[in-house]
Structure formats: structure tokens, C-alpha cells
Write a protein that binds this ligand. Structure first.
Ligand SMILES: Nc1ncnc2c1ncn2[C@@H]1O[C@H](COP(=O)(O)OP(=O)(O)O)[C@@H](O)[C@H]1O
Ligand SMILES: [Mg+2]
Length: 584
């Protein structure tokens, strides 16, 4: 039987339903075997050749058969219901664990893994895993236990026929084990090919506008076809082994059945088995092999479940670099208006991604309720600094202090609850405008949501939508422009009203009206907050209490606007571009 430690661990929470399903499947199979036995009794009575005897006794086993058929129906219904309950519990529980894990791993993981692969694990692999508990385990355990009982009974009637049944049943039980290693490798390749294909399709759908803009539809279709072909090959390679395995299973089943029947008949002709014994042997052989015939299908479920269990547990046991889930913070605390009174300090912070880019010796302070602006050429490390403050990645060396708290695994959750962040690439979720703003603080009232939208200069635009705040937004809010998206993110942040603000200004070329709207809503948002702003606009830079010029992962200069104009050539060159409107 296919089983491993992960599968035993995953069973927690649905143990009772799995055992109940196995027991009911076994009961169902045993009732089937008893029906076979009673049918043998009825035939024996009919073949007795005494009309009065037949007339008097044949009805008894037949009536019991009818009752048992009804019992079998009830048992079957109960089995399906228990399997469904177990399946629901296990799917909910594992999907919840996977989602929690993804939140815990955070952007450090999601930026390096493919959406299609993660989605495949959460949807399909979990589905196969639940089939393992609700279909494979009951079918395989019940047919094996049933075979043990029946073969024991057959030994009482005739040891030779029983031995033939035993050998073929053992063949059917162990032959999948021989194929397992071939199937496992091919199975892992098939999952991988499927994930790649699925991810590429998803990527293409999301990037359809870009593909059209570059007239790349045809090229992309060819690429997707190629991936589809790789997936087909992976399936075929897997199917070849499955068919071979099914062939061997079928061989044991058919040969075992035929040989048992032939042996019993010959031995009855030789007088070793009585005619009554022959009747029972034939029916018991059928009762033994019929459930075994289901094993072929069940093995497939078992094998898919076990390969899925490896990748699910691999994801669940991934180590988080920073752990919000394990941090000492309750979900509700995220949305409380936490009091914060202190400075933010970056102390000799260094950090690097897996690649070459690194931040080196970043030291600066954002004084309480003041604004620090980060400026510099694209790719210099401004967003990385902001991501470190947001707790997306742990620092390599040095420390970030928020108030008196040194950011660490234990404090990151509490620190995140004090931060409102507005990123350039704000995500809009599938749902209504209202639900998207409410994300900032789920317990806010409708009036508070509308107020936040007003302060973010988004209210008038929302009113023009067909259903106002209840207008459904497609995936990633396609109907929102860059400026509107950022104002929606500002509305969320206004609603959250946290004391620390991280703001990554929109760099997309905004029209004058959008730019003014964003500026107004930003002023509303940043009022009396301790703010770290990645600045792309002149008014923001001029309002900042301190400006830090970042380039190549280092602080190139820091000070007020006037001081930097006098002392920093990099700032002077940036300022020239700000004035010329060329700074992105
Ligand atoms: N998740 C990531 N993994 C690896 N490298 C990254 C990641 N995010 C950004 N980088 C790299 O880090 C460098 C700095 O990026 P970023 O901080 O976004 O710069 P800026 O915001 O100043 O434009 C860039 O070279 C970028 O390619
Ligand atoms: Mg950036």
C-alpha cells in the first residue's frame, strides 16, 4: 500500500471520516461476499432435485439477499457521505495551511515562484490528495481484507484453488509496487510539465494587451503549443507505464480467475471437491476477485496522491526568511490604529537578493512625524529600502529600529500593523470597488469607506461608474488607469490610518489632472505621519524634511533640498531632470 509520513500527517482532522469510509467500504464488500454465499446456497437448494425442498427453502436465502441488497445500498450512501465530509475537511484544511504558508513566506517566495505552479498545488494536487483518503484507502484496504477472509474460507473447501487465488491476489497487490519508481519519476515530470503549461497560459492571458501591442500573438501561440506538446509527451510517457501496469494487473486478475474456476471444476470432476463445494468455490472466487478488479483504478489514485503529497509537504515545510504568521501578532491587530511615537532608524543596513544587487551600509533616520524622501536613478535600490521597512525581507546585517523595536521575526508583525503602504503596483482584487477599499480596514463602515475615497480624490470617479461603489472590478482592475489605481491604494491607506507611511509615487506618465489629484490625496494621507516616500514629483521633494539620494545600493548624499543643491552633483543632475519633467 502506498503510504508515507506526509500522508499520515495530513490525515489529522479527517481521521475519523477516513476510517469510517474504510470501514463502510469494507462492510459494503463483505455484504457483497455474503450475497454471493447466499446465492450459492440458493443454487445448491435448486440443484438438490427435491421439488418440495426447493419450494420450501429457496425463498429464505433469496429474501435475505434482497434485504442485504438494501443494506448494501444504505452502506454505500453512508460511505459516500462520509467520504465527501472527509474530502471537504482535508481540502479546506490543507488549502488553508498552504495559503497561510504563502502569506508567511511572503514576497520573498512569491516573487521567485510561478503563479501557475502555486495554483496547481493549491487546486489540483490537493484534489488528488483528498482522493487518496476518500477513494484509494477505502478501496484498497477493503479489497485486501476481503480477499484475506475469502481465501481463508476457500482453504477450508480446497487448498489448491485457494492457493491459486492467493498467488494472483498477491500479484495484484505487489505489482504496482514494482512500477512505483518508474511512475514516481514520470509523475513528477508530468506535474512539472502541467505547471509550466498552466503558468505560461496564465501569463499569456494576463499579458494579452502587451502581446497584441507587439503583434506577438502568433509567436506566443507557437510557444504555448510547444509547451502543450511537452505536457502531452509527459502524459504519454506516464500513460505507457500505467498501461503496462494495468496490463499486468489485468493478467493476474483474468488468469487468476480462470485458473481458479478451471482448477475447482477439474478437482470436482476428480471427486476431490464435492458438487456443493464447487458451487461455493465458484461464488467465493467471484466475490474475491470482483473488489480486486477495482484496485487498478484505486492504485492510480493512490499513486497520484502520494506524488502530490511530496510537493505539498515541500511547500508547507519551506522555511520563511521572515515570518509574519509566527510573529506574535493577532490578525485583528493588523487593522488597529496602533499608537506609535518614535523615530525610524536604519543602522548600517546591508542586504542582497539572490542575484548581484546589494544595499550597502544604509544609515538614516526618519524623525517622528517627519518626511524623508528617497530619490535617485531607477534601479538604485529605493524600493528595496522601502521593502525592508515594510518587513518583506530580513536585513542581511545591521538593524532597522521602529520606535524602540528592532525589526525581527518577533516584531515584524507588530511593525507591519503600524504601517500604511502605497506601492506603485497596487493590486486590485476581483470584487467591487467598495470591497477593494475596505481591504484597508475590514471593520470600517460604508461612510468611512466613502470618506476615504473622497480624501483620495477618487469619489467623483467612482460615482461615474455604472454601479458606483458596488461596481464589480475584473481581475487586476483593468478598467482603472495608473493614476486611479494609485488613488485607490491611497484610499485604502487613508482608511487604515496607520502612523507610519511608505509611499512609492507613481512614475507612469500621468496627465496633469491625475498628478494634481494624487498630490492632493498624498498630502491628505501624509499629514502628521512618519513618512518614507520614494519621490518622483517636485512638490513632494520640496516638502520633505530630509532628502536621501540613493544610487547603486548606497546613500550618495543626504540633507535638505538647499543643502543638496549646494553639495551633491548627483542631486543637481536629478533636480535638473525634475525641472525638465524627465525624471521617471
Ligand atoms: N525581488 C527581487 N529579486 C532580485 N532582484 C531584485 C528584486 N527586486 C529588485 N531587484 C533588483 O534590485 C535592484 C534595485 O531595485 P529597486 O530597489 O526596485 O530600485 P529602484 O526602486 O531604485 O528603482 C534592481 O537592480 C533590481 O533588478
Ligand atoms: Mg522602485
Amino acid at each position: 500500500m502506498f503510504i508515507n509520513k506526509h500522508l499520515i500527517d495530513f490525515m489529522r482532522g479527517c481521521k475519523q471520516y477516513t476510517f469510517l469510509s474504510c470501514f463502510l467500504e469494507f462492510l459494503w464488500t463483505i455484504v457483497g461476499a455474503i450475497i454471493s454465499l447466499l446465492s450459492a446456497c440458493a443454487i445448491r437448494i435448486v440443484l438438490s432435485g427435491k421439488p418440495f425442498f426447493v419450494f420450501k427453502y429457496v425463498y429464505q436465502p433469496l429474501i435475505i439477499v434482497v434485504v442485504l441488497l438494501f443494506v448494501q445500498f444504505i452502506v454505500y450512501k453512508q460511505k459516500v457521505s462520509s467520504a465527501n465530509k472527509g474530502s471537504r475537511i482535508i481540502k479546506t484544511q490543507i488549502r488553508q495551511d498552504l495559503l497561510n504558508k504563502l502569506f508567511e513566506l511572503g514576497s520573498a517566495y512569491t516573487t521567485t515562484s510561478r503563479t501557475g505552479e502555486v495554483a496547481n498545488t493549491i487546486s489540483n494536487k490537493v484534489e488528488w490528495l483528498s482522493n487518496y483518503y476518500t477513494l484509494y484507502l477505502p478501496a484498497s484496504s477493503s479489497s485486501i481484507i476481503n480477499a484475506v477472509f475469502i481465501i481463508t474460507g476457500l482453504y477450508i473447501i480446497d487448498a489448491v484453488t485457494a492457493s491459486i487465488c492467493l498467488v494472483s491476489c498477491l500479484g495484484m497487490m505487489f505489482c504496482p509496487m514494482l512500477f512505483y519508481n518508474f511512475m514516481k519519476d514520470r509523475g513528477i515530470k508530468e506535474w512539472k510539465a502541467y505547471s509550466d503549461y498552466y503558468s505560461d497560459c496564465l501569463d499569456s492571458i494576463q499579458g494579452i494587451t502587451t502581446l497584441k501591442a507587439f503583434n506577438a500573438n502568433q509567436r506566443r501561440c507557437i510557444y504555448i503549443d510547444k509547451k502543450g506538446e511537452e505536457f502531452r509527451r509527459a502524459i504519454m510517457s506516464q500513460l505507457r507505464v500505467t498501461m503496462l501496469e494495468n496490463g499486468v494487473l489485468e493478467f493476474f486478475l483474468q488468469t487468476g480467475c480462470a485458473l481458479s474456476v478451471a482448477t475447482a471444476t477439474v478437482r470436482a470432476a476428480l471427486g476431490v471437491i464435492s458438487p456443493d463445494g464447487l458451487i461455493f468455490t465458484l461464488f467465493l472466487t467471484a466475490a474475491c476477485f470482483m473488489p480486486m478488479a477495482k484496485l487498478g483504478n484505486a492504485w492510480h489514485m493512490g499513486y497520484r496522491g502520494i506524488t502530490a503529497s511530496y510537493s505539498i509537504s515541500e511547500l508547507l515545510t519551506k522555511k520563511a526568511t521572515f515570518s509574519l504568521a509566527k510573529a506574535n501578532v493577532s490578525i485583528n491587530a493588523d487593522f488597529k490604529n496602533v499608537e506609535f511615537d518614535g523615530d525610524i532608524e536604519f543602522n548600517d543596513v546591508s542586504f542582497s537578493y539572490d542575484g548581484d544587487f546589494a544595499l550597502k551600509d544604509i544609515t538614516f533616520t526618519v524623525k517622528n512625524r517627519t518626511m524623508v524622501a528617497l530619490v535617485g536613478a531607477s534601479g538604485g535600490g529605493k524600493s528595496t529600502i522601502a521593502h525592508l521597512l515594510a518587513g518583506f525581507y530580513p536585513v542581511g546585517s545591521g538593524a532597522i529600529y521602529v520606535g524602540k523595536m528592532n525589526m525581527s521575526k518577533q516584531t515584524v508583525g507588530s511593525i507591519q500593523s503600524m504601517i500604511s503602504a502605497v506601492w506603485q503596483d497596487c493590486h486590485i482584487f476581483y470584487g467591487t470597488v467598495y470591497e477593494n477599499i475596505l481591504l484597508g480596514r475590514p471593520d470600517a463602515s460604508r461612510d468611512e469607506v466613502i470618506n476615504a475615497a473622497k480624501k483620495a480624490n477618487l469619489h467623483d470617479f467612482i460615482e461615474t461608474l455604472p454601479m458606483g461603489y458596488d461596481t464589480p472590478l475584473g481581475e487586476n482592475g483593468m478598467r482603472f488607469s495608473g493614476g486611479e489605481r494609485q488613488r485607490l491604494a491611497i484610499a485604502r491607506a487613508i482608511l487604515k490610518d496607520a502612523p507610519i507611511l511608505i509611499f512609492d509615487e507613481a512614475t507612469s506618465s500621468l496627465d496633469r489632472k491625475n498628478e494634481l489629484d494624487i498630490q492632493k490625496s498624498f498630502n491628505e494621507l501624509s499629514c502628521a505621519k512618519t513618512s518614507l516616500v520614494i519621490a518622483h514629483r517636485l512638490p513632494t521633494i520640496q516638502r520633505a524634511n530630509q532628502i536621501i539620494v540613493v544610487g547603486n545600493g548606497k546613500i550618495l548624499a543626504a540633507g535638505t533640498h538647499e543643502k543638496l543643491l549646494k553639495s551633491s552633483p548627483e542631486y543637481n543632475s536629478l533636480w535638473g531632470r525634475f525641472l525638465g519633467g524627465q525624471y521617471e
